[in-house]
Design a protein around this ligand. Structure first.
Ligand code: PAF
Length: 162
């Protein structure tokens, strides 16, 4: 299993792959994530899992700073599950205008109005942040298939629209 931190390195690693299954995550992996890897393996020989705690989907009063970051333990689980590549970029790799404090990401995806209901009603901007990072990740990985859990059903619905 390769652990890759930059977009350039990932693109080189994927150059010769004809099909890629992609599982985006924010790390702190549990059995549900590993099941997603199992599903991904049925669709392609090369399975890429991203681990990126996306600041753009956290509100001002949410738990970005204390969100668990367990990269080493996550990589062990992913290796045992048969993952080909872990993509674990830094914030500045995903948001090049990040200045150490602000992301300065002015271009974002605006999801459909469902994003402002249910969970979105109390988390303004959350699903825009999710859609924006998922779009970026799709552009970077260019997967044949992507696998998402159904637990976050509103997220799944919005990503299907994306
Ligand atoms: O469900 C998650 O873990 C995140 O919202 C996702 C899809 C990886 C985007 O950051």
């Amino acid at each position: 299993m390769q652990i890759i931190n930059t977009i350039n390195e990932l693109r080189s690693a994927l150059e010769k792959q004809t099909s890629v299954a992609f599982v985006p995550t924010m790390g702190n992996l549990h059995a549900g994530h590993i099941q997603l890897v199992e599903v991904a393996k049925r669709h392609a020989q090369c399975v890429v899992v991203s681990i990126f705690v996306n600041p753009l989907q956290f509100g001002v009063n949410e738990d970005l700073a204390s969100y668990p970051r367990t990269l080493d333990a996550d990589c062990k689980k992913l290796e045992a599950a048969g993952t080909s590549i872990v993509f674990a970029p830094k914030v500045e790799e995903m948001y090049p205008d990040f200045d150490g404090g602000n992301l300065n990401q002015t271009m974002t995806i605006t999801p459909p109005p469902i994003a402002n209901e249910l969970c979105g009603a109390s988390r303004p901007g959350h699903f825009s942040g999710v859609a924006t990072v998922v779009m970026k990740l799709f552009n970077i990985v260019q997967p044949t298939v992507a696998v998402f859990g159904k637990k976050d059903f509103q997220q799944l619905f919005i990503i299907e629209q994306l």
